[in-house]
Design a protein around this ligand. Structure first.
Ligand code: NAP
Length: 225
């Protein structure tokens, strides 16, 4: 069975994930930081696209000592399995995600990835090959289900999230809307890619809840099927 997949992100009040230069910005406040750490600790795996690895160099580790302890008490690793969607295997060897904190890493590549890149990355991460040109995300979900990953948190960015919506792989979508305007027609948004053309294809959402979060608002949506 496909893992439960939820997207979590922070966007500005005008719906941007970062600047036109793709520079990481602080969008949400302290209480959202704690919430994100909790939902991360409650996940089996956390996924990002290679664009996010290159732009932000995130470690995707659980930060709270208590939450790490809780995970270990449940018989899990300190951190969820960290997954990078990376067709060509471009992840830099010194990326934080490959080095910070214990836990399994997976780089999901397509058949386009060179042997040289696979050799370069294999000391740090397990490799899943899915898809010819780009990574076949449905195939990755199947592979994750085979290793007992039941709950996947997706942290971005906009290109990966778009593909997950396009392929109907998202179950829930959480956005923390911060009190800033970033602007820029080329700034990343929560779902970039080509976009749906036909109204019938739009992903339809049902609002689960909303709450004030620091100076912004947290919205939680479920995908209607
Ligand atoms: P991304 O979504 O992280 O990664 C996209 C890349 O993944 C693609 O260019 C493609 O590169 C690879 N990929 C492989 N198979 C794919 C598939 N089936 N579908 C989609 N992508 C696939 O990159 P991004 O859109 O450039 O987003 C990065 C930006 O988002 C940064 O500015 C970052 O700061 C921001 N961000 C913000 C938040 C937030 O919460 N505010 C969170 C995360 C990221 P290859 O073809 O080379 O593999």
């Amino acid at each position: 069975m496909k893992p439960f997949v939820f997207v979590n992100l922070a966007m500005s009040a005008d719906g941007k994930l970062s600047t036109t230069e793709r520079r990481q910005v602080k969008i949400s406040g302290k209480s959202d930081f704690l919430r994100v750490d909790e939902i991360k600790a409650g996940s089996d795996a956390i996924m990002v696209g290679i664009g996010t690895v290159i732009a932000d160099d995130p470690s995707l580790t659980v930060k709270s000592a208590e939450l790490k302890k809780e995970r270990i008490g449940r018989g899990c690793e300190e951190n969820p399995v960290r997954i990078v969607i990376d067709s060509e295997g471009r992840t830099p060897e010194n990326a934080e995600i490959l080095h910070k904190g214990p836990g399994r890493r997976i780089i999901a590549v397509s058949e386009k990835a060179s042997d040289k890149n696979l050799e370069r990355l294999s000391p740090y991460a397990d490799i899943i090959v899915a898809g010819k040109e780009r990574v076949d995300l449905g195939g990755v979900m199947e592979a994750l289900s085979d290793i007992d990953v039941k709950r996947v948190m997706v942290e971005g960015g906009g290109s990966l999230i778009w593909s997950l919506f396009e392929e109907d792989l998202v179950d829930e979508f959480y956005t923390c809307v911060g009190n800033i305007i970033i602007g820029g027609q080329n700034s990343p948004t929560p779902a970039d890619g080509t976009g749906f053309i036909m109204e019938d294809d739009f992903t339809r959402l049902e609002l689960i809840d909303m709450e004030k979060a620091d100076e912004g608002v947290l919205l939680r949506w479920r995908v209607k099927r």
